[in-house]
Design a protein around this ligand. Structure first.
Ligand code: FAD
Length: 491
């Protein structure tokens, strides 16, 4: 086995990992980052779009795994989109250098301050709203679509129709910022540059336009000369040594998923940023196979961020429609959060199928009043999730209320075309929690019962944040790593 020593190791190159890497590298530390997915930029392999799924479409699967219309067969490849299936919920995640930023819709939403305070009563909200959220807004290159372009562009008919219908039903709409460069989008619309968002590229990666982490945090970190990213390196388990260092068993694969090398990494400091599910799997599996100490709070307070998909079909399909051409980048949302009976936020989502399917798609984000929990089943060697219909009951009620109110005002039916019964309770894009800040960790993400192990990713957020989560994950990572460095944790 090849043995490699690295003082500071980061597992995962998503938001938490990228922030940690940049700030440590800026502080002059040498950092090695292990990422199980491919470095797409370095590979030179283009991302594929929704209508012609290719290499990037799915993580080692024989068929596409988008939430709908999986009619395409694939040759297994280490693609960007992966799905983990549990009994009552399917969880989608991004794989590759950049993590979820490669596949996500780029919606960059700052949570409501009142809800942030409720979720994180111990954090100084003023500091977050004055310092960390503005900082990540800048670093992630967040921008907003021009109202004129939105009004004129045929690719945004789905948003205009969605907003007009929401207003008619008495709902309040909001403009949603994004990391996709809208100046670029205007140029693609004028055919001055290659098309990406206007060419159905998104959940299998964007070839242009989107400021994913490889274009922002990771690029800056690489420019310091202190970061080494090893892609196609999957960490299998972690062992705590007597001298408080860690040893990791790692498998390097090729793009067909075949193991090409078994490696061992030794490190003094270990940052887990493998995303909520990845981090929980590593911790809980390592506890089972290596007796890694895990605090009793690990696996607790897990949630789907209230994700609940639903949709509407028009009664007379061709009478209205959402447009045959649709941008993949959502810019509109419905904000019903302050309604005491039915608090939710929903994205007016695109459905770029290449034809007018006269269907509106919504991803609701609800409160998560009943949390779930995650454990590791040693017999199946898989994570198991304590989560069922009782956790999503209130979300379903909200979706039902929303769809009925929209249909009463505008016509249409709940979409059975998209989901079996019109409700996608099992669709989760935002797994959060299980390693909650201040509970399973200290106030800055250092794991309890450990001297040199840190968690900096979505698992720090207790299952809910009320809006799309990457702004919050990034802001919390900034806050934690700044304080950890200040406390000389990485000296
Ligand atoms: P991740 O970004 O998930 O990164 C973790 C990384 O660790 C991955 O690259 C993974 O491959 C790697 N990894 C995991 N296990 C291992 C291992 N054992 N060894 C080595 N590497 C490992 N959020 C928003 O805010 N706005 C949106 O518009 C939005 N849209 C979304 C659309 C989709 C289809 C999906 C799936 C998600 C979306 N999200 C969105 C959610 C957002 O992308 C995630 O919340 C975010 O990426 C989580 O960040 P993270 O740092 O916790 O981990």
């Amino acid at each position: 086995k090849i043995v490699i020593d690295a003082p500071i190791l980061i597992i995962g190159s998503g938001y938490g990992g990228a922030v940690s890497a940049l700030r440590l590298c800026e502080a002059g530390k040498k950092v090695v980052m292990l990422e199980m997915g491919l470095n797409w930029e370095k590979s030179g392999i283009p991302f594929s779009n929704l209508l012609k799924p290719g290499k990037s479409a799915a993580w080692l699967k024989k068929k596409t795994i988008s939430p709908f219309m999986n009619i395409f067969s694939l040759t297994p490849f280490t693609g960007t989109l992966d799905r983990m299936d549990f009994e009552h919920i399917n969880i989608w995640v991004g794989r590759g250098v950049g993590g979820g930023s490669l596949v996500n819709g780029g919606m960059a939403v700052t949570p409501k301050e009142s809800y942030f305070k409720e979720v994180f009563p111990d954090l100084d909200a003023d500091q977050f709203y004055n310092t960390y959220f503005p900082l990540v807004h800048k670093e992630l290159k967040v921008n907003v679509i021009s109202e004129q372009f939105l009004k004129d562009c045929p690719y945004y008919k789905f948003t205009r129709v969605g907003e007009a219908e929401a207003h008619k039903a008495g709902f309040k709409t909001i403009r949603v910022p994004n990391v996709y460069d809208f100046q670029y989008m205007e140029k693609e619309y004028r055919n001055e540059v290659p098309r990406s968002a206007l060419n159905t590229e998104v959940i299998y990666g964007n070839n242009h336009g989107k400021n994913s982490l490889d274009k922002t945090y990771l690029k800056k970190a690489m420019e310091t000369g202190n970061l080494e990213i090893l892609d196609l390196h999957c960490v299998d388990n972690i062992k705590l040594n007597d001298d408080t260092t860690y040893t990791l068993e790692v498998q390097q694969t090729d793009t067909s998923g075949t193991v090409v090398s078994d490696k061992v990494f030794n490190c003094k400091k270990l940052i887990l940023a493998a995303g909520t599910m990845g981090t929980l799997k590593l911790l809980l599996k390592s506890a089972a196979v290596n007796n890694l100490p895990v605090h009793e709070q690990i696996g607790k307070s897990w949630g789907n961020n209230g994700n609940f998909m639903t949709g509407r079909n028009w009664v007379k399909p061709l009478s209205g429609g959402t447009g045959s051409k649709q941008s993949t980048i959502p810019v509109g949302g419905i904000d019903n959060w302050d309604d005491k009976e039915h608090p939710f936020f929903t994205e007016i989502a695109p459905l770029p199928m290449g034809m007018d399917v006269a269907t509106a798609l919504y991803l609701l984000i609800n409160r998560v009043d009943k949390k779930g929990s995650v454990s590791y089943d040693a017999s199946t060697k898989k994570l198991s999730l304590d989560w069922n219909g009782s956790n999503t009951a209130k979300m379903r009620e909200n979706a039902d209320y929303f769809i009925k109110k929209m249909n009463r005002a505008n016509g249409g039916t709940r979409s059975h075309f998209l989901f079996n019964n019109g409700f996608g309770a099992d669709v989760c894009y935002h797994p959060l929690g299980g390693c909650v800040l201040g509970k399973a960790t200290n106030e800055y993400g250092k794991l309890k019962d450990h001297d040199n192990l840190y968690v900096l990713d979505g698992s720090l957020i207790p299952g809910t944040i009320g809006v799309n989560p990457f702004m919050t994950i990034t802001a919390i990572a900034e806050y934690c790593i700044e304080n950890l460095i200040r406390q000389n944790e990485f000296a």
